[in-house]
Design a protein around this ligand. Structure first.
Ligand SMILES: *Cc1c(COP(=O)(O)O)cnc(C)c1O
Length: 400
């Protein structure tokens, strides 16, 4: 029975979230995902907050491919993988991802959230240790919670702290260091060479979640392992199809064949949740064809990123330096930064630029920012319009 007591408790908590500024409102989009989207309350805007890094989410080549896969393979499979949910397409995609990342084998999940949720518990016991970057994604944190291994957390990207944790964990049988490849708030890339050095010194596995990198970071889009030249030194990679790789859904874990086989036997989100829909599986193969066939999307993305970073600095904004299409525009050094960032993002939207402001309590006090995400699909003119809207708003609010 849904009691009045529970109802009023929930209403109270929701009200508290509204008051503190953590209540999330959803904007309703009425078009395909892309650089130009229709939004129900504001009309057409330029989208600078999607993870649509390669611009493939609404790509007509993929829509056409998806239609033909639907015709051929139907809509659903109504089964988990090990009963009757594995088509040749699933095995083909696992092989293609393994080849793409130079790993022995790959296991598909409905999401990267599930890949991370089902990764640790089948492999590690209370004799083992997991050492995790403090800013790792929620799904890594949850996956670690589901596992009995001893838990250690190191300060974000702090190699001295990581080494201390490795020393403390010395007595444990298996030690695993886990990190995001790219951290989404700042767009900073994990210091993988140093992490691999320490992991080698202390005999620890290295696990990287490359969700914000697969497909576009590194010369050929293989992600942060390629970017840092550590493909052979990182043992396990998890990632998503829900960002650069078409943006629909699905995730995976790639690594040594025994580890992947153990996950097929024991990983609960794989065993007890429905298989990836054939339309996603088959269309993702076409995504890999596009990524492996040409660098044009990656080149466009890099040009857009550099143009935006350059233009914003010329306009007098502070941005977080980096080499990623996530570009945080910083307000923390300004007075009243939280209110300012909020007002700034509202005015940008009124000018047709959709970017998200993050301010206290979502980020610490004094770290307010507007996070801009570039896409390969943005035209030069659109990137310039975004910079222009920032410049104009900056002048209105006395920020630049
Ligand atoms: C987005 C993201 C996920 C979740 O991916 P889904 O496939 O959407 O579940 C997991 N880890 C990281 C680091 C992410 O950025």
């Amino acid at each position: 029975m849904y009691t009045d007591e529970l109802r009023s408790l929930l209403l109270e908590n929701l009200e508290r979230a509204r008051e503190s500024g953590t209540f999330k409102k959803e904007r309703i989009i009425t078009t395909r995902q892309g650089t130009r989207v229709g939004v129900m309350t504001t009309g057409e805007v330029l989208n600078f907050c999607a993870n649509n890094y390669l611009g493939l989410s609404g790509d007509q080549r993929l829509v056409d491919r998806a239609c033909s896969i639907l015709q051929e393979r139907g809509f659903g499979l109504s089964s988990v993988r090990f009963i009757c949910g594995t088509q040749d397409l699933h095995r083909e995609l696992e092989g293609r991802v393994s080849g793409f990342l130079s790993k022995e084998d790959t296991i598909l999940y409905s999401s990267c959230f599930d890949a991370n949720g089902g990764l640790f518990e089948p492999l590690l016991t209370d004799n083992d240790a997991i050492i995790s970057d403090q800013l790792n994604h929620a799904s890594i944190i949850d996956g670690i919670r589901l596992c009995k291994a001893k838990r250690f957390r190191y300060a974000h990207a702090d190699m001295e702290d990581l080494e201390e944790a490795l020393i403390t964990a010395r007595g444990c049988r298996t030690k695993a260091v886990v990190t995001d490849g790219v951290f989404s708030m700042d767009g900073d890339i994990a210091p993988l060479p140093a992490i691999c050095d320490l992991a080698e010194k202390y005999g620890a596995l290295v696990i990287v979640d490359d969700s914000h990198a697969t497909g576009f970071i590194g010369d050929t889009g293989r992600g942060t392992l390629e970017y840092h030249g550590v493909t052979d030194r990182v043992d396990i990679v998890t990632s998503t199809f829900g960002k650069a790789l078409g943006g629909a859904s699905g995730g995976f874990t790639s690594g040594p064949s025994e580890i992947i086989e153990m996950l097929r036997q024991r990983s609960r989100p794989y065993l007890f949740s429905n298989t990836l829909a054939p339309v996603i599986t088959g269309t993702t193969l076409a995504v890999l064809d596009i990524i492996e066939g040409s660098s044009s999307e990656r080149d466009r993305l890099r040009e857009n990123q550099r143009r935006f970073r350059r233009g914003m600095k010329e306009a007098g904004f502070r941005i977080r330096e980096g080499d990623h299409p996530i570009v945080p525009v910083l307000f923390g050094h300004l007075r009243d930064d939280a209110a300012l960032a909020q007002e700034f993002a509202d005015r940008l939207l009124a000018k047709g630029i959709y970017a998200i402001g993050f301010f206290y309590p979502v980020v610490p006090r004094g770290e307010s920012r507007i996070r801009v995400q570039l896409s390969a699909a943005h035209t030069t003119e659109q990137v310039d319009r975004c910079i222009g809207a920032f410049r104009e708003t900056g002048e209105e609010l006395g920020v630049v």
